[in-house]
Design a protein around this ligand. Structure first.
Ligand SMILES: [Cu+2]
Length: 214
């Protein structure tokens, strides 16, 4: 009896879940590749083992600029600069502040346990801007400099493909797209992109013996 129930369950699972790979090319409305965009498939399974990710401070910028993680991920905030940073977020998905002292101090860690966009700034360096996109799915990928990425996921009914990038102005372009069984997708945006919200860091000027102006 148990065996036949198990067999039935396995049969159901194998018909409903199928490993899928989607090759994506993301283009802006002018046909130019859009890099750093996050694409993900939802819904997905909850995280079953703790994962770590890294949001470094390098040359007075967040590195990476955009970090997608699954809910429950611990993010470490090292500081590779020889100066201090004071990182903060006012985003509802995670409000915090972290004083990051000069390199060599042990990196601080935080768990991101709510889905949503977390916008990072620095109290010392006004131009610093970074994003942690906390997702309810393990199936996400980011486009490279050619606008390309490969997204692996288990296909099931009712899934949608999502897109996020800080320069996408029209929310309707970034939202729900039902997941088809195709293995390639060229996604061209139809509206113009917003200006890049990240200000350029001012040039670093040496101060004293190999130091920096903060
Ligand atoms: Cu800073």
């Amino acid at each position: 009896m148990l065996k036949s129930v198990l067999a039935l369950l396995l049969a159901l699972l194998s018909t409903r879940v199928q490993a899928n790979t989607l090759e994506i090319l993301l283009l802006d409305n002018q046909g130019k590749p859009l890099s750093d965009a996050v694409l993900w498939v939802e819904p997905g399974p909850a995280q079953n083992q703790p994962t770590m990710a890294l949001m470094d401070q390098q040359k007075r910028q967040f590195s990476p600029y955009i970090l997608p993680v699954q809910v429950g991920t611990r993010v470490s905030f090292p500081n590779s600069d020889p100066i201090n940073h004071h990182v903060y977020s006012f985003s509802p998905a995670k409000r915090f502040e972290l004083r990051l002292h000069q390199q060599k101090a042990a990196p601080q860690e935080m768990r991101f346990d709510q889905p949503g966009l977390v916008t990072l700034g620095c109290n010392i360096h006004d131009w610093m801007l970074g994003f942690i996109l906390v997702l309810d799915s393990p199936w996400f990928a980011q486009t490279d400099s050619q606008g390309k990425t490969r997204l692996h996921f288990d296909a099931a009914a009712g899934q949608t493909l999502h897109l996020w990038h800080p320069r996408i102005a029209a929310p309707q372009e970034a939202m729900n797209r039902s997941v088809a069984s195709d293995s390639t997708l060229t996604w061209q945006l139809t509206s113009a992109l917003k200006r890049d919200p990240r200000p350029k860091a001012p040039a670093m000027r040496p101060q004293g013996k190999g130091g920096y102006v903060p």
